[in-house]
Design a protein around this ligand. Structure first.
Ligand SMILES: *[C@@H]1O[C@H](CO)[C@@H](O)[C@H](O)[C@H]1NC(C)=O
Length: 215
């Protein structure tokens, strides 16, 4: 009994490790064929003979994103949706712009670890470990500093300078995905029944209704 629990525990652990980033490629590349109707894990490959340099390229990451919004930040993504050549390669990039004191709100990437560097300004960053500790691991980064957000963990950034801040981050997936906690919990369609949120967050029903109206 104990040994089989140990065995399945070990199996579960190896499985988690195997899924820490996208699966390895079995060919040089598999440029996404945006016209294909085939539904696979990732995207179907274009005929390699038809592949061009532009399939591996993106322009415009020098341009600042528009941070005039409620959170004061903007993420510009460069993943398989922008570069079809990233299909099956397990990597992607983002540029994040922050207004003074702007935040990138608490969110997780279900499919990727993130490594971020500050190009301009200063950022307070952090992530929270899983239950039961829920320990906040946080640091203030200056220009040139690098920080890692492990796959799946809730994390955030806040610009702590008086000027704008800019970060570049790479993620270990062609399509890391984003789950913004507030939007997922209070802004789902249809809504999560408010009495569930009242109990889960130990909030008054009016507060839950208010939050549901905001997201
Ligand atoms: C930035 O976004 C705001 C709000 O959507 C909009 O009013 C403004 O025109 C945008 N600015 C630029 C330069 O696109």
């Amino acid at each position: 009994m104990a040994s089989s629990i140990l065995f399945f525990g070990f199996l579960a652990l190896s499985f988690i490790h195997a899924l820490a980033s996208d699966p390895g490629s079995l060919q040089d590349f598999c440029v996404a064929d945006e016209t294909s109707n085939v539904i696979v894990n990732g995207l179907a490959c274009k005929d390699p003979e038809m592949v061009q340099a532009d399939d591996f390229s993106f322009s415009g990451l020098h341009l600042a994103g528009n941070t005039s919004n409620a959170v004061g930040s903007r993420v510009t993504t460069v993943n398989v949706a922008q570069i079809p050549g990233l299909n099956t390669l397990g990597i992607s990039l983002v540029r994040i712009d922050y207004a003074p004191w702007g935040i990138n709100p608490p969110h997780t990437h279900p499919r990727g670890t993130e490594i971020l560097t500050v190009i301009e300004g200063s950022l307070e960053v952090g992530f929270v470990t899983s239950n039961p500790e829920n320990r906040l691991i946080t640091k203030v980064l200056q220009k040139g500093d690098v920080f890692v957000f492990p796959i799946g963990l809730v994390h955030f950034q806040r610009s702590v300078g008086n000027g704008n801040a800019v970060a570049i981050a790479a993620l270990s997936s062609q399509n890391p995905g984003v789950i913004t906690i507030a939007n997922a919990v209070f802004g789902s369609t249809p809504e999560i029944p408010s009495d569930i949120l009242v109990k889960a967050f130990q909030l008054d029903k009016n507060v839950v209704n208010y939050l549901q109206s905001k997201f």
